[in-house]
Design a protein around this ligand. Sequence first.
Ligand code: SAM
Length: 339
Amino acid sequence: MSTLVQYVLDKHERPMKDLRISVIDQCNFRCTYCMPAEIFGDDYAFMPQSELLSFDEIVRLVKIFAQFGTEKVRITGGEPLMRKNMDELITRIKQVEGIQDVAITTNAVFLVRQAKKLKAAGLDRVNISLDAIEDDVFKKTNGRGIKTAPVIKGIEAAREAGLPIKINMVVKKGMNEDQILPMARYFKETGDTLRFIEFMDVGNHNGWNMDTVVSKKEIIDEIHQELPLETLEPKYYGEVANRYRYKDGSAEIGVISSVTDAFCSSCTRVRLSADGKLFTCLFASEGYDIKKMLRSDEEDKAIISKLVKIWTRRDDQYSIDRKNKKPVKNKIEMSYIGG
Ligand code: SAM
């Protein structure tokens, strides 16, 4: 670790450890709860290429973040593998001093072609989103009538390339709660870690209300009845998933319970949109325009001082405050900021 690291803490004493970078706002899926086809249709105006941060700009920012103790970078989107030459970006991020872990969140469809290249570039891990194991349900959730086969092939390609895999499944009442057990059975067999994500009130278009949330307790109770589980301790400070292991030792599962058991108090994540806006919370409505600074010949010094200002003033803990505060209007969309 570089001796130049300057740790900064926010108002709740949280360090800036994880950087999530969205590299594109487009996606090949139209998941009904994330990018519904009615809104993200053929004439939807996605960002022009010129608005996306270039690889040079992204790497420059990663170097700056690393100076503040950021160790982990997650590449997301949109669908990050729709951006060309992601292996080049990963190689460059991996070379930044202090960055210890680079991961990607993807729907896996493009992994069949890219998994080996990404592994060779230094990618450490991959999180794959899959909301159902049965075609009938999955075809509806992804909004494009895509069967599970292309995703399963992507998972297999990642495994063959030697990439550690986690599978993420968003659970929404009325959409796919009947897939909890089939998904658990399937990935218990493969040995991959499956993580259930409570449906969250991100964005403005997904029709969220508390009745659509399947809670961590409901998920765990259902699985435990058929496939007995035991609780595991967190691996590190700020780990978002509560971890469990099947009692027969076959695999692990996790639950990300941002709604019913918020983890804001240890949230060390900072997020960068594809067009270079910085957000300190997934549920924010406004970001800080860092691209403007990058493109107006500001020196790193100016960006660093802006960043210190933003982080030391950071007070947000949306999920903890959810019940007691008025709903935030015009929240950013998940497809814009990434998962
Ligand atoms: N396209 C990539 C993928 O499919 O993983 C990355 C972007 S996607 C926005 C990242 C993750 O956010 C996916 O796992 C998706 O299911 C999840 N997500 C989107 N909207 C969500 C919501 N309202 N609540 C919980 N998770 C959500």
